[in-house]
Design a protein. Structure first.
Length: 415
């Protein structure tokens, strides 16, 4: 399958750019839906395939493992493929992984299918972010990246509850089939609409992409994501226990809390796009400080149901200030090998997911109470702030060396 337009295009009109971003955001919606839908359907899957709930929970772990492993490996394997064609292939693979999930006849096959479905996840977001940034005016890059990511946050708000409800009503396989349909629509839209951006094509060299791993700022950016986002996931992973056990609401309020969190993530993502176009570092710092503060206040007032819901919303908003900001940070931190750096962002987020959930489980197992994960999140956000401060110091030293070497130096990336 080849893209209709592979030559470097003329600047896109605002209307065409919106359609291009919508096509990629639809793919992000499919990915967000499949990533989280399994969580709400574990009892149905376990009963259908005659496994325990803990065994069924391995499906979530295997998907995340696929993301972590697939982001670098898929990006490097496709290093010579034009970015627009690679997007078509990646979202088609998402659809294939979900089709295999829907038709799996036993747990082993389903487990393998979930791992396969996770492999293109990080590479898709990395390449889509790169394409969106390269096709956009210089002062709208972060906004365009945030609009691509908007599909993921809307999925947490609408796609996941809808697919979960459908899966509970007519069978868990239907949730994966819905993702297949959405992925197919996105595949067609990307193939028809997304051109090959000038300067975003294949490097032609695996060594070229691996140069990204030689840059300290890339590793610092990944550290911000893995540690900082872990703060949010320390609480998000246990909303099902915190809402009835701390806020004092029934289990029926858990979907409402998830919806509130999804709305907060969506708003935070949109705000981040506008703020990061002005200052990437400023937005990252605002997100980490805001997340630490909102997690701390949540731990203090969550016994009041309304205040607890408001603070869950605040945690969601502040955590998403980091998403588009870090994605653009990594693109700028490795300008000659951006695809791998951008894809690794989603490996870092899934490490943050695992880290936050694991530390939250540890403090709960230690008997420190249902608010202990929130305090754990505060610590992780502060540690992420420390990594961000280290990165800013490195950036300023690099900029000072450039200025000292050439008084009329070009602008240093990641400002």
């Amino acid at each position: 399958m080849t893209s209709p337009s592979v030559a470097p295009p003329a600047p896109l009109s605002p209307g065409r750019l919106r359609l291009v971003i919508l096509a990629m955001s639809l793919g992000a919606f499919a990915i967000g839906t499949t990533e989280f839908a399994s969580m709400g359907l574990l009892p149905q899957i376990a009963s259908s395939l005659d496994v325990s709930i803990p065994q069924a929970g391995m499906l979530i772990t295997l998907y995340a493992l696929g993301v972590v492993i697939g982001a670098p490996l898929v990006t490097i394997a496709a290093v010579r493929m034009p970015r627009s064609q690679l997007l078509v292939l990646l979202i088609a693979l998402i659809g294939l992984g979900n089709l295999l999930s829907a038709i799996a006849l036993d747990f082993t096959v389903l487990a393998a299918a979930r791992f396969v479905a996770g492999l293109p996840h990080g590479a898709f977001f990395g390449v889509a972010s790169l394409v969106a940034a390269r096709l956009s005016p210089a002062n709208q890059r972060a906004r365009s990246v945030s609009l691509v990511m908007l599909g993921l946050t809307i999925a947490t708000m609408l796609g996941v509850p809808a697919s979960t409800a459908l899966g509970q009503a007519v069978g868990w396989r239907s949730a994966y089939l819905i993702v297949v349909v959405i992925a197919a629509a996105s595949t067609l839209a990307i193939w028809r609409l997304v051109p090959e951006p000038e300067g975003a094509g294949a490097t032609g060299s695996i060594r070229g992409e691996l140069r990204a791993l030689q840059r300290a700022q890339v590793w610092l950016g990944l550290g911000m994501g893995a540690i900082g986002f872990g703060g949010m996931f320390a609480v998000y992973s246990y909303i099902g226990e915190i809402v009835p056990g701390v806020l004092g609401l029934g289990m029926g309020a858990v979907p409402l809390a998830l919806f509130v969190f999804g709305v907060g993530m969506t708003i935070g993502n949109l705000v981040a796009g506008r703020l990061a176009d002005r200052s990437i570092y400023g937005t990252i710092f605002l997100g980490l400080v805001g997340m630490a503060g909102s997690l701390a206040v949540f731990a203090l007032v969550a016994h009041q149901a309304v205040a607890g819901m408001v603070l869950l919303f605040a945690i969601a908003v502040t955590s998403q200030l980091m998403g588009p900001s870090l994605q653009l940070f990594l693109l700028d931190a490795s300008p000659d090998a951006p695809s791998l750096a951008a894809a690794l962002h989603h490996s870092a987020l899934n490490i943050g997911n695992s880290l936050g959930a694991a530390l939250g489980a540890a403090v709960l197992a230690a008997g420190w109470g249902l608010l202990a994960p929130a305090w754990t999140g505060v610590v992780l956000a502060i540690l992420g702030l420390g990594v961000a401060s280290w990165s800013l110091l490195v950036h300023r030293r690099q900029r000072a060396r450039v200025v000292a070497a050439a008084p009329v130096a070009a602008e240093v990336p990641v400002g």
